[in-house]
Design a protein around this ligand. Structure first.
Ligand code: DGY
Length: 319
């Protein structure tokens, strides 16, 4: 059995696969495996260990006649043609659950950093511009007791809601269906999207990327938000119209943003979003704690081993 691993992964995880299969690993940590090489290596692959930056599409499935399983080290599967995988009877493993708390932490980090101008304040000191304490210097926004609006109440959404409850926040949420648990345990209130946008001080995007959520936040939605609203996105960049976001931030339609994801990743260094002071940006590191990334990689490897042993993956995105 041959497993193609499309990015350098920790040795201990590679050993899990080496002990049962032949592995080919693209040995770069930050550079995606070149497409032509992936197509070449897929020819005799039984499994592909992938990540958010590979495109697993029809062309790739066609190039891999022996393929039995695709396993991504991520919860999001928007880079994988699930319908094509299903048509071919190929299970797609992914890693929900193990990353929820880490992503919820980073979501809160972005809310707090944007609200309290953490990045601007740090640059101010480093650049030697700090002359003394000022009564209104870097005044930000309260998080405590503010209203948070969570778009997408899955396990990450519930993690964010638990943290929000600790900050005594009013919790609104919008989801495909109501979540009675979150309502009972955390006092979260289900509402339609427009109500959430109108009433929230923090609008947090956590919905998965699907055709229905593509650019679901655009000019109309920003116009509905409060002028003091902070928009946070730790799901996928494609859920937001970035040009509309730039206009909303520049024109004062909303107050600020915290972004871990972008329409195009890596984002171009000259992208207008990066020139704005009221935005905190991170390079898609929502789940990037050492423990969480190790757990994700281990689960992705287990999903492959299960299938190669004739069992279903522990977590399957297309069943
Ligand atoms: C995911 O799991 O989908 C994340 O975006 C990767 O960290």
């Amino acid at each position: 059995m041959k497993v193609v691993i499309t990015r350098k992964i920790p040795e201990t995880i590679k050993h899990m696969l080496d002990s049962a299969c032949t592995t080919y690993m693209w040995a770069e940590e930050l550079e995606p495996m070149p497409r032509h090489l992936l197509l070449e290596q897929a020819v005799d692959a039984d499994a592909i260990f992938t990540n958010v930056s590979d495109r697993i599409d029809k062309e790739l499935f066609q190039a891999a006649p022996r393929l039995k399983v695709v396993s991504t080290m991520a919860v999001g599967v928007d880079n994988i043609d699930l319908a094509e995988a299903s048509r071919r009877g190929i299970p797609v493993g992914h890693t929900p659950g193990v990353l929820s708390e880490a992503v919820a932490d980073l979501t809160f980090t972005l809310m707090l950093a944007a609200a309290r101008k953490v990045v601007e304040g740090m640059a101010y000191i480093r650049e030697g511009r700090w002359r003394g304490w000022g009564p209104m210097l870097f005044t930000g926004r309260d998080v405590y007791r503010a209203t948070i609006g969570i778009i997408g109440m899955g396990s990450i959404g519930r993690g964010v809601a638990r943290r929000a409850a600790g900050f005594d926040m009013r919790i609104l949420y919008h989801n495909r269906k109501p979540d009675p648990e979150a309502e009972k345990q955390l006092g979260a209130e289900y509402c339609d999207l427009d109500t959430l946008l109108r009433q929230s001080d923090y609008v947090v995007m956590l919905a998965p990327a699907t055709p229905e959520t593509h650019r679901m936040i655009g000019a109309r939605q920003f116009a509905l938000m409060k002028p003091n609203a902070i928009f946070v996105n730790t799901s996928r960049g494609g859920n937001v119209d970035e040009q509309a976001l730039v206009r909303a931030l520049k024109g004062g339609t909303i107050w600020g943003a915290g972004l871990d994801v972008f329409e195009q990743e890596p984002i171009r260094p000259d992208h207008p979003l990066l020139a704005l002071d009221n935005v905190v940006t991170l390079p898609h590191i929502g789940s990037a704690t050492l423990d969480t990334r190790m757990n994700m990689a281990a689960l992705a490897a287990q999903n492959i081993l299960h299938v190669l042993n004739g069992e279903p993956p522990a977590h399957c995105a297309n069943r």
